[in-house]
Design a protein around this ligand. Structure first.
Ligand SMILES: NC(=O)C1=CN([C@@H]2O[C@H](COP(=O)(O)OP(=O)(O)OC[C@H]3O[C@@H](n4cnc5c(N)ncnc54)[C@H](O)[C@@H]3O)[C@@H](O)[C@H]2O)[C@@H](O)CC1
Ligand SMILES: Nc1ncnc2c1ncn2[C@@H]1O[C@H](COP(=O)(O)OP(=O)(O)O)[C@@H](O)[C@H]1O
Length: 498
């Protein structure tokens, strides 16, 4: 798990490294510039392009000056630095790099007002005006300059963060900073890169390692972690010798309705391919032929009969919701399971039923797993203006109710009962198609059935789901939910043998 730090914590990490490595702060800046240039050159190898580097007078600007010098050294002849002179204040490292640049042959100009930008026509822009030192939204000349840079309509590479972008905290939909094509940030991604509103500020990001003290960074107290493949490899267990279907648990998937039987099939299929020993789909009678035809391995339990089952304990996992339909009978069914205090995996219509029954939310069995997308989440816990606020609510609710909330998106936020948030890095837009959430529910259920603790099942389930989609998307424009379900077992095999 990679710790994700706030800007203030990153500053501490800078200071800690400077004192303990030890390394002079100007040398750390040089390292940052080198790391940036290495990534930049990989993307933009045409040294003939004209590059405008906009530098503020803080350390972000200091990075920009060092980058200019390094680009020249690397044969980029057409580099020009524009010093943004909107403030008298400058940092010591900025001043040192400015002097170094003055001694070199780098072209330089001063921007005293945004209008000075009028005649600039570079092929590429590097934005080093304001970095993680941003302490208030852009106003006045800075806001105008950002607007002018965006109007040039050129590819912008941002140093560490795009000017005007807050690295953590609520992001609004009226972003007025520099719009970057790519942000090359130092040591760790910014927490806000995982929030959908960041798409307004940067299309993509890349992390450049600047050798800050990793031990120190990993020990920082944070609420946000980024899941890595090695975490999943640690979680997943190999199939055992002499094992049999009873070894890997029995999952009950309560799902499907007359027009939404596909959801039950997809969730059950994913559960099967994730490795549950036995999978039973609790479905309406109308779906029986479909189930028996499509998934011969899955057993059926008709929904009316289910009401008579007295011992849900025979299932190691009970999931409820995909394509379930909202009616009084399903509400009674959900209520009976919650009252029986059996931990559940709750998705889709079961979440919508819950949204109408706040009394049941309070009674949710501990360690239950809820897998809402944003609309389902807001129906459950109220409307939110920003994703940051939504994740804060998810964190608080997961802690208060002692449940796991899987807030789904391009980067899914897994909120655990201890208040920590694990961000899932896998998945891609080829997966943006109906049924994908049903497959996630089946995947998580398959892992819960195999006795993985709720947190591990969810962290691994989200990762496997996204990774399977990523592998398929390498060769496909779109990945369908059933294709994804069929490929899960292959991906788990790769993860457990790498
Ligand atoms: N040793 C270090 O501290 C390192 C710092 N690095 C760079 O340093 C950057 C942070 O530098 P600084 O802390 O000097 O800050 P910045 O360079 O981001 O900002 C400079 C100053 O601008 C002012 N400011 C903030 N928001 C403003 C606004 N909305 N309008 C007008 N002025 C505003 C603040 O007074 C701030 O200190 C990082 O993003 C990174 O690029 C890297 O060189 C790595 C090492
Ligand atoms: N652009 C995307 N990038 C990554 N993952 C995605 C993307 N679009 C959808 N997904 C994943 O697909 C699933 C969609 O869930 P959901 O909206 O509940 O789908 P449905 O209700 O149609 O089954 C989530 O796990 C989500 O993370």
């Amino acid at each position: 798990m990679l710790t994700l730090l706030t800007s203030a914590q990153m500053r501490h990490a800078d200071q800690f490294t400077i004192v303990n490595k030890p390394i002079a702060s100007i040398d750390l800046m040089e390292k940052a510039a080198r790391a940036f240039v290495q990534c930049f050159i990989r993307d933009e190898f045409d040294a003939g392009k004209s590059i405008a580097i906009f530098c503020g007078k803080g350390n972000n600007g200091g990075d920009g000056l060092a980058i200019a010098h390094l680009l020249l050294v690397n044969g980029y002849e057409n580099v020009k630095v524009y010093i943004v002179n909107f403030s008298a204040k400058q940092t010591a490292d900025f001043a040192i790099n400015l002097q170094r640049l003055d001694e070199s042959r780098c072209k330089k100009a001063i921007i005293n007002q945004p209008a000075d930008l009028k005649h600039i026509k570079p092929d590429l822009i590097i934005d080093a005006i304001l970095g993680s030192g941003l302490n208030k939204p852009l106003t006045g000349d800075y806001a105008e300059l950002a607007r002018a840079i965006n109007k040039l309509n050129k590819k912008v590479y941002a140093v560490d963060v795009p000017t005007g972008f807050f690295a953590e905290g609520s992001l609004t939909s009226n972003y007025n900073g520099v719009k970057a094509y790519k942000t090359i940030c130092f040591q760790r991604p910014k927490i806000n890169f995982f929030f959908p509103e960041s798409a307004l500020a940067t299309e993509k990001y890349e992390v450049a390692n600047i050798e800050l003290d990793e031990d120190f960074i990993q020990k920082q107290d944070t609420d946000f972690y980024l899941t890595e493949e090695k975490d999943i490899q640690k979680i997943l267990k190999k199939r055992k010798l002499f094992s049999h279907k009873g070894t890997y648990g029995h999952a009950l998937i309560i799902a499907g309705n007359t027009n939404t039987m596909g959801a039950a099939l997809l969730a059950s299929m994913a559960c099967l391919h994730t490795g549950a020993g036995l999978t039973t789909a609790c479905i309406p009678e109308s779906g029986l032929t479909a189930l028996n035809t499509a998934l011969p391995e899955v057993m059926a339990l008709l929904r009316v009969e289910y009401m008579r089952i007295e011992h849900p304990a025979k299932y190691q996992c009970i999931a409820i919701g995909p394509g379930l339909g909202i009616d009084a009978e399903n509400e009674r069914l959900l209520e009976s399971l919650i009252t029986a205090n059996r931990e559940l995996v709750i998705d889709a219509d079961a979440l919508n039923i819950l949204a109408e029954r706040p009394d049941l939310i309070k009674k949710l069995p501990k360690h239950s797993i809820l897998t809402p997308h944003l609309k389902e989440f807001d129906r459950l816990f109220g409307e939110h203006d920003t994703w940051w606020e939504r994740v804060q609510t998810a964190k608080a609710q997961a802690r208060q109710l002692q449940i796991v909330i899987v807030l789904k998106n391009q980067y899914t936020f897994v909120c655990l009962p201890d208040g920590k948030v694990y961000i899932n890095p896998t998945g891609n837009p080829a997966m943006a198609q109906g049924g994908m959430g049903d497959v996630l529910t089946g995947t998580i259920s398959g892992l819960v059935a195999q006795n993985y603790p709720a947190a591990d099942a969810v962290i691994a389930g989200c990762y496997i789901h996204g990774q399977t989609g990523d592998e398929l998307a390498k060769e496909q424009y779109v990945v369908t939910a059933s294709q994804l379900a069929l490929n899960i077992a292959k991906e788990i095999k790769v993860l457990t043998t790498r």
